[in-house]
Design a protein around this ligand. Sequence first.
Ligand SMILES: NC(=O)c1ccc[n+]([C@@H]2O[C@H](COP(=O)([O-])OP(=O)(O)OC[C@H]3O[C@@H](n4cnc5c(N)ncnc54)[C@H](OP(=O)(O)O)[C@@H]3O)[C@@H](O)[C@H]2O)c1
Length: 322
Amino acid sequence: MPDPTPQANEVLVAVQAFGLNFADVMAMRGLYQDCPPLPTVIGYETVGIVEQVGSGITHVAAGDRVVAFTRFGAYATKVVARAEGVVKIPETMPNGVAAALATQYCTAYYAACVAINLQKGEHVLIHAAAGGVGTALMQLALRAGCTVYGTVGSEEKINLITQHGAHHAINYNKRNFVDAIKELAPNGKVDVIFDAVGGSSVRKGMGLLASGGRMVCYGAASMSQKSKNIFKTIKSAAEFGIYHPAQFMMRSVSLIGVNMLRIADDQPQILQHCLQQVTQLAAEGILQPIVGGVYPIEKLPDAINQLENRQTVGKVVVEWGG
Ligand SMILES: NC(=O)c1ccc[n+]([C@@H]2O[C@H](COP(=O)([O-])OP(=O)(O)OC[C@H]3O[C@@H](n4cnc5c(N)ncnc54)[C@H](OP(=O)(O)O)[C@@H]3O)[C@@H](O)[C@H]2O)c1
């Protein structure tokens, strides 16, 4: 493909590395509505050197090392990103750490600090807590002084989240998370749930919210293996539960949806704010992205398989090398 040319308010980046996200799996399976029709170049974030900037851009310049949030297209050697999705990073920041900041840390920061405002002392349940967004949420919740309950699918991941400070680690393959929360949390309820599993996990979680509780839905990993059969899709959608606004009012609970693509498109200044915050916090060592795998480009299929098969933790990044 020809090299892209940046338009006004766009930045051209020569890519050193790009990050993988679970949404890439959904896109490859044809289950991601926002993804352009396949074949296409996917990928949400890139780490590299600015080659050219469009008119009117002052916060980055040619030669700067940056991380950029891309609206697809990051699995490439040259990428154009909207200026608000680009931020300068230290020369010494490892590719994996930098790549984690764009999508996973921005999503976590937006969810925890913008969409809801985590309060000190709150009890917070994080599903897929060992994953890219999950570990970011865990760090933000611990920093806010919350009690963290993490669910994961293996004993290795139990060890990882415990080492990183989770107060309660639940292996959902061994123990139903609803029973665990009922036993472990005050009055069997939590204040906040971050759910990217979707389906019945959301329905069950809604029953665990205390008064003032917030459920943040930001993914549907449980639907990644589902077929595109319309009846099966309706059945899967119904697993989320059916709600009436009066229930939310009576119980004083909220259900909040997060989609960073929509924020990037329609609220780019908020994306830039989140990106700057997480980059600053990472540069100061306050946030410490966990890099679960660094692969050379030849091993991209292996990296994707590991992500799809739940074998990864933290951030997975692929380097172009050469
Ligand atoms: N809304 C947004 O803007 C936004 C932005 C970024 C990411 N996301 C979503 O956030 C979630 C996490 O993304 P990520 O990139 O950080 O991925 P990740 O958490 O590193 O990987 C996905 C993890 O989800 C867990 N999982 C639970 N049910 C699963 C299933 N049926 N199939 C596969 N995995 C399952 C697995 O962990 P266990 O083995 O511990 O179960 C797996 O490792 C994804 O659902 C993604 O689509 C949303």
